[in-house]
Design a protein around this ligand. Structure first.
Ligand SMILES: Cc1cc2nc3c(=O)[nH]c(=O)nc-3n(C[C@H](O)[C@H](O)[C@H](O)COP(=O)(O)OP(=O)(O)OC[C@H]3O[C@@H](n4cnc5c(N)ncnc54)[C@H](O)[C@@H]3O)c2cc1C
Length: 404
């Protein structure tokens, strides 16, 4: 019975996708209009509710849309708005009121409004619940003061997902509230932070008496940590769930470099490099299949702590693959074009691709979206059920927790 339903649903999704392509041919439709039409047909995120860019169907049917649209070379907004797609949309869908879902989701999907994530602070990264940015109620608004850091694409963003402290006397996880803040207001200052690639894809963000209307709060006052977990778990999946295809990803770049630089080389050094290449290919394949299985098992759109498996595996794998790439090209690896500061419009080092840049950018994979050490803690405690770390500050009022 369930299987029959799925088959009917699949046929419906396939039919709507064909309708989209017939009525809005990607080759002659402006990307924004194509994405708007896709949203209106419920093909943005099929597991979202009708009216929110979805059809209320199981998330696995999204693949039916994705495969067909990739084959038709249809535009995607995900590269322009990765944080909106990966984290903003699922958080708004899970916690937003109807008015908020109507307001935010469509322009997020079409790329008209880019989103950023305002969680990390100079004194709160891994321990993000310890954050200090304050929001104080003033009538129908909140007044925000503080500093965020490492904010990817804040320079492009219209909206920011902000977690702020609204009750310093509550224990740290309980005194937080989640807002969607307008980044285009006088109280918000965005300053570039340059990475070792030379690019400044992230920023420092300063709030000086910035204002957020209470209607732009997501979830209840004091429930910000609960809402933030939805963002964080989706972040891990969105970073860690790449590699759907065997013909893409860093390992394919490594194989190409092997062919270009080392094929036919009978030296012992080449044999060792080939051995590493084959081991990394096997690890890439395991990561790919694990992600496919996780996606197939996911019954609802909001992932759980097991999303950290893919994030951890992919971060470590990417770094090892790009290490190998540098060894394959030898001294050429030192010839990086320029470290001059560039302000990219896309995150992830994808602009002006270069294998040396990918190597440098991959260092961030085990930090962004939570470090590999923190992923191991989550998997140990929340998936394997091992004893937790001692946390002396968990029940103390935040105002009494020592800080530097
Ligand atoms: C490219 C990039 C993009 C980013 N984009 C964003 C963004 O858009 N928005 C945003 O809010 N943040 C963003 N971040 C920030 C990122 O989430 C933090 O850097 C990360 O959570 C780590 O925090 P931290 O840098 O403060 O390091 P810290 O938390 O100070 O950690 C320092 C070291 O201590 C280790 N450590 C800390 N706690 C533990 C523990 N309990 N057990 C074991 N080891 C521990 C860490 O693993 C790390 O090695 C980005 C980071 C990068 C690199």
């Amino acid at each position: 019975m369930v299987a029959t339903h799925l088959a009917t649903d699949e046929a419906r999704v396939a039919e709507l996708t064909e309708q989209l392509l017939t009525e809005h041919p990607p080759s002659s439709t402006p990307p924004e209009a194509f994405l708007g039409a896709r949203f209106d047909l419920g093909l943005a995120w099929v597991h979202f509710a009708e009216g929110d860019g979805g059809l209320g169907l199981p998330p696995r049917l999204q693949d039916v849309v994705g495969r067909r649209l990739r084959a038709a070379k249809a535009p995607t907004g995900a590269t322009r708005n990765p944080i909106g797609y990966g984290m903003g949309a699922p958080t708004v869908e899970a916690h937003g009121s109807e008015a908020q879902r109507r307001r935010y989701l469509r322009p997020l999907f079409t790329g008209e409004e880019v989103w950023c994530q305002l969680f990390s602070e100079p004194g709160a990264g891994s321990d993000v619940a310890g954050l200090a940015t304050r929001a104080v109620r003033d009538g129908d608004e909140w007044v925000v003061n503080g500093q965020k850091v490492w904010t990817t694409l804040a320079h492009m963003a219209r909206w920011g997902m902000l977690v702020a402290r609204t009750d310093p006397e509550a224990p740290k996880h309980r005194g937080l509230t989640y807002f969607v803040i307008d980044m285009h207001q006088p109280g918000v200052e965005v300053r570039p932070l340059r990475q070792m690639t030379g690019e400044a894809e992230f920023n420092e963000v300063y709030f000086t008496d910035a204002r957020v209307p209470d209607r732009e709060r997501l979830g209840a006052v004091g429930e910000g940590w609960h809402v933030a977990l939805t963002t964080l778990m989706n972040e891990r999946v969105s970073i860690g769930s790449g590699l759907a295809s065997r013909s893409a990803g860093p390992i394919v770049e490594a194989i190409e470099l092997w062919r270009e630089h080392r094929a036919g080389d009978a030296s012992p050094e080449a044999a060792m490099l080939r051995d590493r290449l084959v081991q990394l290919w096997a690890r890439s394949e395991v990561a790919r299949l694990t992600n496919l299985r996780a996606a197939a098992n996911r019954k609802v759109g909001t992932p759980g702590p097991e999303g950290s498996i893919g994030k951890l595996a992919l971060a470590e794998l990417n770094k090892d693959v790009y290490d190998l790439c540098m060894d394959l090209i030898g001294l050429e690896g030192t010839l990086y074009g320029s470290y001059a500061m560039v302000r990219p419009e896309r995150a992830g080092g994808f602009e002006n691709p270069d294998i040396r840049k990918s190597f440098l950018r991959a260092r961030a994979n085990s930090i962004e979206g939570g470090t590999s050490e923190v992923m191991r803690n989550i998997l140990g405690e929340r998936v394997l059920g091992l004893p937790g770390e001692p946390r002396g500050d968990k029940d103390l009022p935040w105002s009494q927790v020592p800080r530097n």
